[in-house]
Ligand binder design. Structure first.
Ligand code: UTP
Length: 414
């Protein structure tokens, strides 16, 4: 190992890596060395130190946040907002990003989530295909081909690209589709030490969907958007098969409210539903995960008997490009999850861990919103826009998503 590399390892308490040298071929050593030079160990150290800090006990003022209920708008209001949005979309100032860099652990499909197939009333459909179906309808309505960006991760990039190539992008204009890879962070054990994988490299994993801001900047997507005068970008998940990500009404509303960020919500089904909610914390827009919302607040109702914190977040966001510019330079907080991971032992054995043994660090896309005083929120009907494929079985599974998808198709045919 070069002196410079050894110094980095020593500086950041990662000298144990040198114990593996005896297991490495010259090429493997070279690869590991190159990887070490690319990793931001200072950042990693800070993130790891964060896991030791006590929970934030600063006083939090949690308040209800304003939203607009789509169902309560008059036809004239809806038409007016749609007209404003459509004008922008039709003139080519709107793009869509699908976040597809996740591991889809809960679904347990052996491949990128977008390659999962569902047997719908319209026949067998891949998740990617359903997104293209939605895009095509929107493009036809707005008489424009909307640029489509797909965020992947190192783990699934190649497979995603090959899949889309093989299926000819489901006949979407290939020139308008671009894949880009999000960043990664090393996994570290309880003592903050990196581990090695079975290729004898430091084991890294995708840095969470909050990695999107840095990724679009590093991969030149943001510049491309600027050049192509894309002013608004809709960001959503690969796994919501009813996602309505080309939404002139939402865009019109955001412009009318003079905001730069918008999100859609669904009414929380009940106080116990495991869904993050929109609220204001110390005066700033924020999404609180269900686990962090005190039970007493979760149960609280307004005079009309509705949950006061009832705007469920389902990962549909509309951002002005200026926000993306700002966020490209911003570091978001990381959330640590303690997980099980295989690792290379110093005797060369590749071992399973029966118990959680590493921290995986992830940034969340919505943590960026609290930097802004306000955001537009549009409440939509769950059965119209939210059918997630998260779990293998039970709630939010392929079965429940297919039922919702089929019901919507049948309704549209009436
Ligand atoms: P989830 O948090 O539901 O994760 O992602 P997941 O990977 O799909 O599934 P589990 O938790 O492992 O079972 C919400 C959205 O964010 C994307 C996912 O692809 C999904 O569209 N995502 C998540 C990324 O793009 N990158 C990440 O690092 C994490």
């Amino acid at each position: 190992m070069e002196r410079q590399v050894i110094e980095i390892l020593e500086k950041y308490g990662q000298e144990h890596i040198l114990n593996y040298l005896k297991l490495l071929s010259p090429q493997e050593e070279k690869n590991l060395q190159e990887q070490i030079l690319k990793i931001d160990f200072e950042n990693l150290k800070n993130i790891y130190e964060g896991t030791k800090n006590k929970a934030n006990i600063e006083e939090k003022r949690i308040e209800h946040i304003h939203y607009t209920d789509k169902e309560k708008l008059t036809e004239a209001e809806k038409n007016n907002l749609e007209e404003i949005g459509k004008q922008i979309i039709s003139s080519g100032h709107y793009a869509v990003i699908t976040m597809a860099g996740g591991q889809g652990t809960r679904l347990g499909h052996s491949g990128p989530k977008g390659t999962y197939i569902l047997n719908t009333v319209n026949g067998p459909k891949y998740l990617f295909e359903i997104i293209v179906d939605t895009l095509k309808v929107a493009c036809q309505k707005c008489e424009v081909t909307i640029p489509w960006y797909i965020m992947t991760s190192r783990e699934n990039h190649e497979e995603t690209l090959n899949f889309l190539e093989k299926h000819n992008y489901f006949e979407y204009d290939k020139n308008k589709v671009k894949l880009f890879m999000q960043g990664e962070l090393p996994l570290v054990d309880i003592k903050g030490k990196v581990i090695l994988d079975n290729e004898k490299k430091i084991k890294e994993a995708a840095d969470g969907n909050g990695g999107i801001y840095e990724a679009i900047s590093k991969n030149g997507i943001l510049n491309e958007m600027k050049q192509n005068q894309i002013d608004w970008v809709f960001i959503s998940n690969i796994d919501n098969i009813l996602s309505n990500f080309v939404d002139p009404l939402l865009l019109g509303l955001t412009i009318k409210e003079n905001q730069k960020i918008a999100a859609k919500s669904v009414a929380k089904a009940n106080a116990q539903e495991k869904i993050g909610v929109f609220c204001k914390v110390n005066g700033k827009a924020k999404i609180i995960e269900y686990i962090d919302l005190p039970q007493e607040l979760a149960n609280k109702k307004n005079e009309q008997g509705e949950l006061l914190f009832g705007e469920g977040n389902f990962g549909n966001y509309l951002l002005n490009r200026s926000v993306l510019d700002d966020l490209a330079k911003t570091k978001l907080p990381y959330h640590a999850a303690f997980k099980k991971s295989d690792y290379l032992a110093e005797n060369g054995e590749y071992k399973n861990s029966e118990e959680p043994n590493v921290y995986k660090f992830e940034a969340f896309i919505f943590d960026a919103f609290e930097r802004y005083d306000n955001i537009t929120i549009l409440r939509v009907k769950r059965e119209d826009e939210f059918a997630p494929v998260k779990n293998k079985e039970g709630v939010d599974s392929p079965q429940t998503a297919i039922e919702l998808y089929n019901a919507k198709v049948v309704k549209s045919r009436l």
